[in-house]
Design a protein around this ligand. Structure first.
Ligand SMILES: [Zn+2]
Length: 89
């Protein structure tokens, strides 16, 4: 099984940010934020069938590049806040 650790970390970090962010939290906006953030970050693929290996890589990576992730995620939130693509109902 191939996992993009960057995607996992962004998804986890974003859900943490969204608890306090004032941005729209509909599925469209969350997907847009995730895509924008991921496009700013290098993918990090690991091959594993073991969850514990993923957890280890995950925590190592988050310590090394936490600032890069913060910048990418916060930038993506700001962009979607200004340019939401969802349609108002
Ligand atoms: Zn929205």
């Amino acid at each position: 099984m191939i996992i993009n650790v960057t995607e996992k970390v962004v998804t986890a970090e974003l859900s943490r940010y969204l608890e306090s962010a004032t941005v729209c939290k509909c599925a469209q906006c969350i997907e847009d934020i995730t895509c924008i953030a991921l496009n700013k970050l290098p993918p990090k693929y690991v091959s594993t069938s073991k969850g514990e290996l993923f957890s280890r890589v995950d925590s190592q990576m988050m310590q090394q590049t936490a600032l890069d992730f913060d910048v990418a995620i916060l930038g993506a939130i700001e962009f979607v806040k200004l340019h939401p693509r969802h349609t108002d109902v």
